[in-house]
Design a protein around this ligand. Structure first.
Ligand code: ADP
Ligand code: MG
Length: 365
């Protein structure tokens, strides 16, 4: 008897919605189907405008929340049509939502994800779990990253120390050994490279990292990037586009207006690679393998830069899960935890003062 859940993810890259249908009845979660619904430009712009301009009209906010709920539901409905599985066969959806703001270290900490789960439950006729981060924040955690618990559950191997790097808009690592898990956000993943590419080439991303590869790293600029206060913090820590923002980048580039744009891109790519490599090295002497998931896996230049240490670098596909599917599968897995009244956070990762059941349940019966 299958045990089916759907995970919905749309990350800080604001590229679109990933929907993963997962069967949890076996020893390891098994992907049954996957759907990707790219955001049209208008939606992407609305999300970015709302998250960047911190002054907003409540009507814009409410409408986008509702609209995204409809788009999430559409991704689920497309997916179930494709695999021809009835909605009634799905126990629940886990919807991460679209992050508009992540501020876990303020006096009144919060993390804001939108995409109305009432709409998702109603339009899909499936019980929906959403708002995964705020309970952990209420328990004094970072509310992020949440995927490392899933990385540990599916990728842990006996006697080998591995690291999983999920390279989305923001990147996070999970260093997994027999007795320990160390996991945190390392900083920017693709977000600054995407911004720079959009600005100069009018393309959403640097396909395969070819443009970065054509440039030369500017060592002084790279060093400036690395001076960011975030790198001086010890985990538990998490970050977002509020910190590694286009504004942050442009401030650093004030004295580099004469530099070649592809040299800046090369430097940004090296910055992402070094943040991951340094993040690993600060916390462990050695690992056997670095497994990559998230959209960064398609940036061949970035992968080449990551493969300059004495460990193997592979896609998570070599371990049975396609790198584009990992994050959405993680939210199916977290939904299963919540539905079964089990905690989904890890104290050692988020820094919460207790294990808590994540998310709110929007039932459909
Ligand atoms: N062919 C490609 N070449 C280089 N980068 C790519 C390619 N395809 C996707 N990406 C990168 O992956 C990002 C999307 O990754 P994703 O894991 O969905 O991030 P998020 O979770 O933040 O949405 C894109 O914004 C882009 O930077
Ligand atoms: Mg994405």
């Amino acid at each position: 008897m299958q045990e089916l859940y759907i995970g919905l993810m749309s990350g800080t890259s604001v590229d679109g919605i990933d929907a993963a249908l997962v069967d949890f009845s076996g020893q390891k979660p098994k992907l049954i189907g996957f759907e990707y619904l790219p955001f049209i430009k208008e939606v992407k712009t609305k999300i970015e405008t709302l998250s960047l301009n911190q002054a907003l009209f409540l009507k814009d906010y409410g409408e986008l929340d509702c609209k995204l709920g409809h788009l999430f539901a559409q991704a689920v409905n497309n997916l179930l049509d494709k695999v021809n599985i009835p909605h009634s066969a799905i126990t629940a959806i886990g919807s991460h939502g679209q992050t508009l703001f992540h501020a876990p270290n303020e006096q009144w900490p919060f993390s804001l994800q939108i995409g109305d789960p009432n709409v998702i439950a109603e339009k899909t006729k499936i019980t929906t779990v959403a708002d995964f981060r705020r309970r952990d924040i209420a328990a004094k955690g970072q509310g992020a990253p949440l995927a490392p618990a899933f990385h540990q559950a599916v990728f842990k191997t006996n006697k080998r120390k591995i690291c999983v790097a999920n390279i989305g808009g923001i990147a996070n690592i999970s260093i997994i050994s027999d007795d320990k898990l160390i996991a945190f956000d390392t900083g920017t993943g693709n977000t600054l490279m995407d911004y720079w590419c959009q600005k100069h080439l009018n393309k959403a991303y640097d396909d395969k990292g070819e443009w970065a590869k054509s440039g030369k790293v500017i060592p002084k600029l790279l060093e400036r990037f690395k001076q960011a206060g975030y790198f001086k913090l010890a985990p538990p820590k998490s970050t977002g586009k509020e910190y590694f923002s286009s504004h942050w980048l442009m401030q650093h580039l004030v004295t580099y207006s004469q530099s070649n744009p592809n040299d800046i891109q090369a430097t940004l790519c090296q910055f992402t690679a070094d943040s991951i490599i340094d993040g690993i090295q600060e916390h462990t002497a050695d690992i056997d393998e670095l497994l990559i998931c998230g959209g960064g896996v398609h940036n061949h230049h970035l992968l080449a830069l990551l493969a300059t240490r004495n460990y193997k670098v592979n896609s998570t596909e070599t371990r049975g899960i396609h790198p584009d599917h990992v994050e959405a599968m993680a939210f199916a897995w977290l939904a299963k935890k919540s539905i079964n009244h089990l905690p989904g956070n890890l104290i050692e990762v988020t820094g919460a003062n207790s294990l808590v059941i994540l998310g709110a349940v929007y039932s459909y019966s």
